[in-house]
Structures are given as structure tokens and as C-alpha cells.
Design a protein around this ligand. Structure first.
Ligand SMILES: Cc1ncc(COP(=O)(O)O)c(C=O)c1O
Length: 398
């Protein structure tokens, strides 16, 4: 079937939760995708920060194929060696002692919210349950994570929201201090806000947040669903800020494109989850964990983090050159290969023009172009993307 035929069938059978573009990718390799008509695209969205190793990394493909032939699914009523091995890998490379596995970022954040509430209730009583999050945050689409998310456009239509969340501006220590009350049990933040516009905090923000948490006995939850797994040039983004959280959530890039979520915590906090208090049928099944182990090994052993830093600097410098050339480009910000270019104009048309020229880009917060390519992107691919973008921006100015 060609793209047009797939799109007609999609219109008939698929719910309209996404404003989908008329592109039908059917094959991928590295930073490139091909659609159902054989057209090639340079992918600077990477499945929204999922395909950190590029599309169909051979080691992830091999791990999936091998595991699929051995055992695809096994209930969490039993011990799952791949899950245990993945937990060991994640804990030995982070602050955490224990892991819980699920299937998505929202589900990982649900687990974090439930764990924080249960831990706090048992330690400090039933009156402490509130979680403070940030304006412009994004934590997922389930009811608890929609309630945690600090964006009205995500919450609209779904009242009543879950009780027990409050929101303060990101990167505002005084506002956070003022928001803490006797009902607070945790602060939940993205180290760098993704969907909210690639918002980078000031250097000492998280040290101040950690201080507030310690002062009031609050748990610090980092949502690293988008920025974890090497995206910022370190395995976890919190490593940039000189603080450790008590709980961290991961998903997106963790299993090289296979659906997974993880919630990691310190031992004392993790102990609040006792048998029967939380679970997920598919969470951490052998197939997805085998993919995640392969993904992590490639990330850790093949110099990808160093390459991310280098490519991030290279891409940032190129984007800054464009910013100097076009007055409607307001600035470039980010860490590693999580980069935003803010514009004084809506960015949707630029994205559409990119598609017409074989470039997949993305816009967040209406005016911010977000660049989250696979971390294995090459200099040549960055140059090619910049040339296409330069051509598009030149037309905007005209
Ligand atoms: C920071 C953050 N948290 C949570 C989520 C939700 O993840 P998922 O779509 O896998 O539920 C996202 C998705 O974009 C995200 O960026």
C-alpha cells in the first residue's frame, strides 16, 4: 500500500488523538527513515527522543530477535533474569538501589507518585500527600500525570483533576519555597523541561531545590523520561547539576525503541512498595528488558556519551550561526543533543517545509524548534540538516 492508501485507512480506523502529518514511515536505519512511497527523511526528532541509538540499531535488533525466540513474556509472579540484570545495570550507574519496571513514561511517573505518597504517609501520616511540580512541565497523559503536568492545554476537558498537586514556575526557588506546606510530600521536576519548550534551569537551581527538600523532608523526584539515557551527554541529566534525587523515572530511549518505563529509588524509599501495592502485567518483560540491556551496553561501551557532547556542541554552534543570521531566531539552548531554538514566530510552517524537503523536525510550545536527533547522528547529517533549515529560514525572512 502507498502512503495515500494508509492515510485513508487511518482516517477510517484510528482515533484522532494526534494531529498526524501525512507521512507513513515504514523502515528506518540510523538517522534515516523511509516512507511507504520510498521517500527518504533525515530524522531529527528520533521518535521524540526515543531512538537514541538510531533506528533499528543492529545490537538492539539482535537482542530482540534472540530474546523473542527464547521467551517473550513472563508474569511478574516469577523472577525475570533480564529484568534483574537491567535493574542491576541501572542501579550501578545511578544513585538508585531498586527499580520498578512498567511500559511508558506516564506509567513510570504514576509509580513515582504512588511511591512518594505511600512512603510519606507511612513516615509522616495521612496529611502529607501533595506533590509540587512546575508550570510548563509535562509528566504524561494518565489522570495522575495530567494532574501533575503544569499545562492547562493538557488538563483541559478532564476535570476534576486528581487532588494533591500544585504548580510553581520552573527555575524559581522563592516560588518553590513559598509553595511548600504541611501537606507537601515531594517535589517532582524535569531536569530540563522538554515539551514545555526545552527550558534549562540556572546552574544552582537544583541544589536549592535539594536544600528545600532536605529542610522539609520532601522527596525529590526527577522525571528523566525525555532527558535520561544519554540525551544530555551524561547517562542521566541530574549528573549535570550536582544533586541526586530520591526517585527518578525513565522511559522513551531506555529500550532502543521498545516500549518500557522504569522508576528507580533509594532503598529506604523503595521499601514502601510492598507486595500487592503496585504492579504492571507487561512491566519489565523479558523481551523489552533484553532490548534495554543491549541499548544500555551500547550507550556505555561505545563512546556515545562523549560523541553526544561533541555533536551537541557542533550542532549548537551551527544553530547559533543561524540565530545570528535571522533576526526572528531568539536563541539556542540545551544540553548535549537536547536543543531548542526559540523563534519570534510560530514554528509549525517551518516543520511542514522541512517535511517537504525530507527533514523531520518538531516544534514545542508553538515557537520552539526542538532538536532531539539520534545520539549517533554524524557531522555530515548535522550539516545536511543545517543546510535544509537555512534554506527554510531564508524563505521565512523573505
Ligand atoms: C518528561 C516527560 N515525562 C513523561 C512523559 C510521558 O511519557 P509517555 O508518553 O511514555 O507516557 C513524557 C513524554 O513526552 C515526557 O517528555
Amino acid at each position: 500500500m502507498n502512503s495515500k492508501e494508509w492515510i485513508e485507512k487511518s482516517d477510517k480506523y484510528i482515533m484522532k488523538t494526534y494531529g498526524r502529518f501525512p507521512i507513513v514511515p515504514v523502515r528506518g536505519a540510523g538517522c534515516r527513515l523511509w516512507d511507504a512511497d520510498g521517500r527518504e527523511y533525515l530524522d531529527f526528532l528520533g521518535g521524540v527522543a526515543v531512538n537514541n541509538l538510531g533506528h533499528c540499531h543492529p545490537k538492539v535488533v539482535a537482542a530482540l530477535q534472540e530474546q523473542a525466540a527464547q521467551l517473550i513474556h513472563c508474569s511478574n509472579f516469577y523472577q525475570i533474569p533480564q529484568q534483574i540484570e537491567l535493574a542491576e545495570l541501572l542501579c550501578s550507574h545511578s544513585f538508585a538501589d531498586k527499580a520498578f519496571f512498567c511500559n511508558s513514561g506516564a506509567e513510570a511517573n504514576e509509580a513515582a507518585i504512588k511511591l512518594a505518597r505511600k512512603y510519606s504517609r507511612e513516615k509522616f501520616g495521612t496529611e502529607r500527600y501533595e506533590i509540587i511540580t512546575a508550570t510548563d512541565s509535562f509528566h504524561g497523559r494518565t489522570m495522575a500525570t495530567v494532574s501533575a503536568t503544569g499545562q492547562e492545554k493538557v488538563q483541559r476537558f478532564f476535570d476534576p483533576l486528581l487532588h494533591g498537586f500544585s504548580h510553581v514556575p520552573f527555575n524559581d526557588v522563592a516560588a518553590m519555597e513559598a509553595a511548600v506546606s504541611s501537606a507537601s510530600c515531594a517535589i517532582m521536576l524535569e531536569p530540563i523541561q522538554g515539551e514545555g519548550g526545552v527550558n534549562v534551569p540556572s546552574a544552582d537551581y537544583f541544589r536549592e531545590i535539594r536544600r528545600i527538600c532536605d529542610k522539609h523532608n520532601l522527596l525529590l523526584i526527577f522525571d528523566e523520561v525525555q532527558v535520561g539515557m544519554g540525551r544530555t551527554g551524561k547517562l542521566f541529566a541530574y549528573e549535570h547539576f550536582g544533586v541526586t534525587p530520591d526517585i527518578m523515572t525513565l522511559a522513551k530511549a531506555l529500550a532502543g525503541g521498545a516500549p518500557i518505563g522504569a522508576m528507580l529509588a533509594r532503598d529506604e524509599v523503595a521499601a514502601a512498595f510492598t507486595p500487592g501495592t503496585h504492579g504492571s502485567t507487561f512491566g519489565g518483560n523479558p523481551l523489552v528488558c533484553a532490548a534495554a540491556i543491549a541499548t544500555l551496553r551500547v550507550l556505555l561501551e561505545e563512546g556515545i556519551l562523549k560523541r553526544t557532547v561533541e555533536n551537541g556542541e557542533y550542532l549548537t554552534a551551527k544553530l547559533e550561526t543561524l540565530a545570528g543570521k535571522y533576526p526572528f531566531v531568539q536563541g539556542v539552548r540545551g544540553f548535549g543533543l537536547m536543543i531548542g531554538m526559540s523563534l519570534a514566530i510560530p514554528a509549525a510552517d517551518i516543520v511542514k517545509k522541512g517535511h517537504a524537503r525530507g527533514l523531520l523536525l518538531n516544534v514545542v510550545h508553538d515557537t520552539v524548534l526542538r532538536f532531539v536527533p539520534p545520539l549517533v547522528v554524524t557531522r555530515e547529517e548535522i550539516d545536511k540538516m543545517i543546510a535544509i533549515l537555512d534554506g527554510i529560514l531564508a524563505e521565512v525572512e523573505a
